[in-house]
Ligand binder design. Sequence first.
Ligand SMILES: O=C(O)CCC(=O)C(=O)O
Ligand SMILES: [Fe+2]
Length: 328
Amino acid sequence: MASKTKYVEREIPQISLHDFEHRIDDISAEMCAAAESVGFFAVKDHGLSEDEVQSMFSVSESFFSLPDTTKATVPWSPQNVGWEKMSQVRPSTGAADTKESYQLQFGENMAQSLKFMHRVQGVSEKLMLCLARGLGFDDDYFVRYHDVSRPDSQSTLRLLHYYETPKTNDGIIRHRAGAHADWGFLTLLFQQSGQSGLEICPGREVVTEYALGDEWTKVEFQPGLIVCNIGDLLMSWSDDRFKSTYHRVKAPSEEGDYFGERYSIAFFNQPVKDAIIQGPKKKYPAVTGEEFNRAAMEKYYGALKEKLKAKENTKVAEMKVLPVEAVA
Ligand SMILES: O=C(O)CCC(=O)C(=O)O
Ligand SMILES: [Fe+2]
């Protein structure tokens, strides 16, 4: 039986993008303070309407309601596009997440999804400008490296669907999104009212490996907010000034947890392969986006292998494991 989760109240800063052009310096200061402390913040007044977001959730729900045999005609591929089900194993849990997801990249997509992706990219570019300014880079520094018109653009929209979890007490932990830090640059996340479960565990340096057994804070849906978090890549690119924070969608198991279906939408900003990743203080040697990903993949598989070795009767080769591109 899992022990009772420890919760603490932490403030997740809410940052208004209202009157962006005139307030960039103030917004940038707020964003950098959040990125340096909790690693998560929420933006409001970002220009995306509730209708636009709900339409994208409708697309997602229609897609996931198709029979598996139909969804399997667009299977997940190593380019990180397509559908997967119950196949993402996290080093923190060594077990597959109880979910399905569908990845889309810029290019040939349904017009509605593509339009939404461009809208979220627009918000992302504002955040990139603020973060670049905060680090002392040119304003367009990060935006240039996240050019979604390039054919090798890696940024990905991920539709997520977590299955309803039985309220049985059978001792099986049904992970939704096992604890992890996103490995990319910056993630923007959309949640739905009443579908709780997202939790964060800030302070990587003070938590145990994968933050298991530590103190969590719930990040609940609020209308009009986009939840944003720093990924490992930006942590490195900022000389560790901005924090990539552990988070999860909790395996429902305790009183007050939400056991129903959950839909969420994540937009992962990823730099192009030839981006040069190095912070202003040059804490780490310069690497390309491609090299950074390769190293992240090795680290992920190393951690996963260790975890699986530690678990009895689990053979790595028998498990269908998604590569790190889909891991975020
Ligand atoms: O579904 C969520 O709310 C979080 C998903 C997530 O953390 C991820 O896909 O990286
Ligand atoms: Fe994540």
